[in-house]
Structure formats: C-alpha cells, structure tokens
Design a protein around this ligand. Structure first.
Ligand code: PGA
Length: 249
C-alpha cells in the first residue's frame, strides 16, 4: 500500500555541472523502474538545472532545507515559495547535520514542517538518536520527543503529506548501518506513536524512511521489514551505479 520512496540526499556535493551529469545517467538507468518513487535532492544551486533534466521522468525533485517565512530579510535563506515555484515536490527538514551544525531545534523543525506543508511541499522530517542516547537506552525517548515536537499543530488533513525519516546519528556516513531489526523496532515504535497522534488508518499510510549507511548490499534487507517504507541515501547516492542498484533492490 505504501509505495517505496527512495531519496537521494546529495548534501553539499556536486557542482551544477556534476549534478547534471549524474542525474542524466540516473534518469537513463531508471526508465524501466516501476512502483518506486525516486527523489533527488541536489544542492540549491543545481535544483533548476536538475529539474529540467528530470522533466517527464520518474524522478521527483527535492530540496535539502528551507526557511519558514515566505520572504524577508533573511540573508542566505531560501523560502518555500521559491522551492515550490521551481518544481520541488519534497524538502528535507531537520536533518541531523542541520540540527548539529546549524543549531536547528525541534521548534525550528516544526516551523519548517508547517511552512513546507502550507506551500504544498512534502517535508521529509528527519529524526534519530545519538550513540550516547542508544547506549543509555534512550532511543525511544529521543525519537518520541522529536516526532511529537516536530509535528506539533500538524493536523489530520495535512499529515499524509509528511514523510518521516528515521536516521540514527551513529549510522549516518559511518558505514555502520543499523541492522534491519534495530531499524524496524524504531519504525514500529514511531508508527505506533502516529496511531496515537492521528489514527490507525492514517498511521498506516505514512511513509517512514530509514537512513544511515544504506548501500546496494543492505537495501533489500531493510525493505523486507514491515514498517520500513524506503530509504534516504547519502554517500551511496553520489554515484550512478550504487544509487541505481539501491533503487532496483
Ligand atoms: P549516508 O547519509 O547514507 O551517507 O549515511 C544518509 C543521510 O544523512 O541522509
């Protein structure tokens, strides 16, 4: 019922020229792919050019961040209106790198989630525990806090446009992915919270993505888990072969 969604998060990689080359190769190699939604999130500087290349293809466009205001004196920021106008469908919100290096709090994440929704963008709201939290058995507490605060005032009519991405911090870029059962455990916990926050029917329709060292070699195992609905891929999305193999898991 939940079509798998595979999101390429290119982070601060690829110039405009490099991005175009990569996305052209990917586009050609996924023409035969069915029943998977592919989303590419290049840096802001490549969004427009990538959009031109993926027109009429199976690939959707996403941004990696946004500001919550429509416009204003916020030097260096990009608004939801701008992203929508150039054809973004998705936007990553609250990635752990944004939380860690740019001090994004749950409250800021919530403002961004609501801003994305009110402009017709689907926010991919990221959350996950640190290694210390996992070792202290505080994983559920950490993700519960993040999901409740991040979705504050997001109503039943809007929640189906939100994607959740569970990305344990210790698994991101470390080559040390969570095991499929570790991830499944947290995904099931999150889905159960969504049942309580919304309803069983709504919760069963919400995508919960796994992210953190997803590779061609482990993708299939993750996708066997009941509550894992796709992946968010960083490092392995920067190269055609590995990303296409993930898409074709
Ligand atoms: P990774 O990054 O695949 O390189 O671990 C995932 C992410 O940060 O979204």
């Amino acid at each position: 019922m939940r079509i798998p969604i595979i999101i390429a998060n290119w982070k601060m990689h690829k110039t405009n020229k490099e991005a175009c080359e990569l996305v052209k190769e990917i586009r050609e190699k996924v023409v035969d792919v069915t029943n998977v939604e592919i989303v590419i999130c290049p840096p802001f500087t490549a969004l427009l050019a990538v959009r031109e290349i993926i027109n009429n293809s199976k690939i959707a466009l996403g941004a990696q961040n946004l500001h919550w205001e429509k416009q204003g004196a916020y030097t260096g920021e990009i608004s939801p209106v701008m992203l929508k106008e150039i054809g973004c469908k998705y936007v990553i919100v609250g990635h752990s790198e944004r939380r860690m290096y740019f001090h994004e709090t749950d409250e800021i994440v919530n403002l961004k989630v609501k801003a994305a929704l009110s402009h017709g963008l689907s926010p991919v709201m990221c959350l996950g525990e640190t290694l210390e939290e996992r070792e202290k058995r505080l994983t559920e507490k950490a993700v519960e806090r993040q999901i409740i605060n991040g979705l504050r005032d997001v109503g039943k009519e809007q929640i189906l446009n939100v994607l959740i991405a569970y990305e344990p911090l210790w698994a991101i870029g470390s080559g040390k992915a969570a095991t499929p059962s570790q991830a499944q455990e947290v995904h099931a916990f999150l889905r159960n919270l969504l049942v309580q926050l919304y309803s069983p029917k709504i919760a069963s329709q919400i995508h919960i993505q796994y992210g953190g060292s997803v590779k061609p070699e482990n993708m299939r195992e993750f996708m066997k888990e009941e509550d894992i609905d796709g992946a968010m891929v960083g490092g392995a999305s920067l190269e055609t072969d590995s990303f296409v193999r993930i898409v074709k898991y």
